[in-house]
Design a protein around this ligand. Structure first.
Ligand SMILES: Cc1cc2nc3c(=O)[nH]c(=O)nc-3n(C[C@H](O)[C@H](O)[C@H](O)COP(=O)(O)O)c2cc1C
Length: 207
């Protein structure tokens, strides 16, 4: 089967040619899976936890479901009003443009849930261009999460959380940020032990 090699060049367009000369190796193969629709699910309203996530090819959703199985709470899928295309290069083009423009794409649903009900919000996303997808920034800024605890987790192709904690803090300056969790997208399905260890370390496993 053909494997697609993708370069996530996070250099602005005007210096890209120079940067490409010295690009050491951010070449990551990704599989492109169809985006399965998933509605917001109220799993356990007795807990004050929300697990909000964006996932284009399913890796981050896999981790979100592991977290949910461990800590309970409610789950919410962040979706763009204009869905990202299933074709990889079209998504890459659009995502790159949003990142370069520091855009805030519109959310599919403006007020999905009553955020005041939650104390801790897990926020999951794929690493796109060394940070969160811009649609995640729209979500964060729409709600602000002042006084809340934000718990980031991401899947990636080699860069880990990269700049995303810094950028989340910038979007939500009045939230408390917990040290996040990162796993390669290709390992997401095998990440359960690591997820549980991280949740334990951050005192989310009370049962
Ligand atoms: C547009 C785009 C940009 C990406 N940029 C990066 C990057 O800069 N660094 C990285 O490690 N992975 C990058 N990736 C890889 C994804 O983070 C990785 O495949 C992730 O597991 C996808 O998660 P998902 O299945 O939840 O969408 C990028 C993927 C896409 C589609």
């Amino acid at each position: 089967m053909e494997k697609r090699m993708v370069f996530w060049n996070t250099t602005p367009r005007h210096t890209r040619r120079d940067a490409l000369k010295g690009l050491a190796g951010l070449a990551v193969a990704v599989g492109v899976l169809p985006l399965a629709p998933l509605a917001a699910v109220a799993a356990d309203s007795s807990r004050n936890i929300l697990i909000a996530y964006f996932s284009h090819t399913g890796n981050t959703r896999t981790v979100a479901e592991m977290i949910h199985a461990a800590v309970g709470g409610d789950m919410f899928e962040i979706r763009a009003a204009e869905p990202y295309p299933s074709e990889h290069s079209a998504t890459e083009r659009r995502a790159r443009k949003e990142w370069e423009d520091n855009a805030r794409p519109a959310l599919a649903i403006e007020f999905p849930v009553d955020m005041s009900a939650y104390d801790a919000i897990f926020i999951g996303y794929p690493n796109w261009f060394r940070t969160t997808p811009m649609i995640v920034r729209t979500f964060l800024e729409q709600f602000g999460f002042a006084g809340k605890t934000l718990v980031p987790f991401c899947t990636h192709g080699g860069n880990g959380l990269a700049d995303s904690p810094r950028d989340i803090a910038q979007s939500c300056p009045q939230a408390t940020l917990v040290e996040g969790f990162a796993v390669r997208g290709s390992r997401a399905a095998k990440a359960q032990d690591d997820v549980l260890a991280w949740l334990q370390e951050k005192n989310f496993l009370t049962r």
